[in-house]
Design a protein around this ligand. Structure first.
Ligand code: GDP
Length: 428
């Protein structure tokens, strides 16, 4: 068997209507993943719903629907083979709860494309998504300036938007010199998979070519096994199959594991019976792999989304309390002691209470601006003490950065994002 190419998980983010779905749909079509007759069907569907021109955007919805019908158990979203990588597009940026999708998606992403519409330029969600990506630890980012057809394919406008986005990148801490800017019109297929003949001034890569400009993600295989469960399936002939991405470590057939917190809150012990990816049984899975696993000693009632499969010899902790650095992104008023929103950590969602606002930083210098502030608000970065209401598997950044990041959501919006830096474990 030919050696498998390394997997690159890519997420597409950006303001609503910037053209994320259209770009992904176009990618699928131009790389032959979407047959002509399927596109015609989607076109008819789009017209029927009064959304002519949305057929490419419908592609992602269609994949999502298939996934929801449970046709396959692997988390193979959609794959594109490039020279270097097996690219997995991990997000289905549905039109509804995009930020939420982004959080669950971004926590798995190795790299991201930020999509900005050429005419609109930087928009509120452009900034919000940049903050989220940075906080969620997505280190590699490139920018697609889309809808170039709307601005007559002009280099001048491209450069203006590029300069504006560059300022935003610097503000959140991305190194602008590492960021490629692509001139694209997704709807027409310019510079998606095919080189455009309308922008002679543009010397950069197409989207497909640019996938290979990302660095191969380093696999955190030396950290202990952590696999947050995304879903639990019941498969005839196999039994209970939790699926998810192995965040860190290696999972071997025969290995002793513990699922935390599990239904009991005290962990459930088991042993790895099978590891499967893309309908193939493997002797082991490792960090970065999306797998389905069958565990001896663990049934459907024992585990759920949000639990984490850990190496039994080196389990993660359930947090009694933790200290985090957070960035407040989008709160309607102010955050004070006692506030209890929902924390989204890996695949878990747990309400947590702010018990202390320790200090607030000057976002420009990173220096302490105020000790024990009464409240924090949008734009603030602060150190806070948090108490989970319920069982939350979490680790501090120094131990395992992949298990330390979270987003804070309230009333359908992303209020803040952060990372755990100190932790007191619950005794179980
Ligand atoms: P998303 O919300 O970022 O996923 O955006 P969509 O992909 O759903 O696109 C939003 C709208 O922009 C739709 O009407 C698309 O047809 C349109 N659109 C997407 N890409 C382009 C483009 O390259 N040029 C133009 N003119 N319109 C586009």
């Amino acid at each position: 068997m030919a050696k498998q190419k390394p997997i690159m998980n890519v997420v597409f983010v950006g303001h609503v209507d910037a053209g994320k779905s259209t770009t992904i749909g176009r990618l699928m079509y131009d790389t032959g993943k979407l047959p002509e007759q399927e596109l015609q069907k989607l076109k008819a569907e789009a017209q029927k719903h009064g959304k002519a021109g949305f057929e490419f955007a419908y592609v992602m919805d269609k994949f999502k629907e298939e996934r929801e019908r449970g046709v396959t158990i692997d988390l193979s979203y959609q794959k594109i083979l490039t020279q270097k990588f097996e690219v997995t597009i991990i997000d289905a940026p549905g039109h509804k709860d995009f930020v939420k999708n982004m959080i669950t998606g971004a926590s798995q992403a190795d790299c991201a494309f930020l999509v900005v519409a050429a005419k609109s330029g930087v928009e509120p969600q452009t900034k919000e998504h940049l903050w989220l990506l940075k906080t969620m630890g997505v280190g590699q980012l490139h920018v697609i300036i889309n809808k170039m057809d709307d601005v007559g394919y002009k280099e001048e406008r491209f450069n203006e938007v590029k300069a504006d986005v560059t300022n935003e990148l610097k503000a959140v801490g991305y190194k602008a010199e590492d960021v490629n800017f692509l001139a694209v019109s997704s709807i027409n297929g310019d510079n998606v998979a095919k080189k455009s003949d309308k922008m002679a001034w543009y010397k950069g890569p197409t989207v497909v070519e640019d996938f290979d400009n990302f660095k191969e993600p380093e696999k955190p295989t030396t950290l202990p096994l952590r696999m947050p469960i995304q879903d639990v399936y019941e498969i005839t002939g196999i039994g209970t199959v939790p699926v998810g991405k192995i965040e860190t470590g290696i999972m071997k057939v025969g290995q002793k594991i513990i699922v935390l917190p599990g239904r009991s809150g005290k962990g459930v012990l088991g042993e790895v019976r099978t590891v499967e990816a893309h309908h193939e049984q493997l002797p082991q899975g490792e960090a970065g792999d999306n797998v389905g696993v069958n565990l001896r000693g663990i049934g459907k009632k024992d585990v759920a989304r949000g639990d984490v499969i850990c190496d039994a010899a080196k389990p993660a902790s359930i947090a009694e309390e933790f200290v985090a650095k957070i960035a407040v992104i989008n709160h309607p008023t102010v955050i004070a002691k006692g506030y209890t929103p929902v924390f989204h950590v890996h695949t878990a969602q747990v309400p947590c209470q702010f018990v202390e606002l320790i200090e607030k930083y000057d976002p420009k210098t990173g220096e302490v601006a105020q000790k024990n502030p009464d409240f924090i608000k949008n734009g603030d970065v602060a150190k806070v003490r948090i108490k989970p209401i319920g069982n939350l598997v979490l680790e501090k950044q120094g131990d395992n950065p992949h298990m330390a990041r979270f987003a804070i959501r309230d009333a359908g919006a992303t209020v803040a994002a952060g990372v755990c830096i100190e932790l007191t474990a619950k005794k179980i």
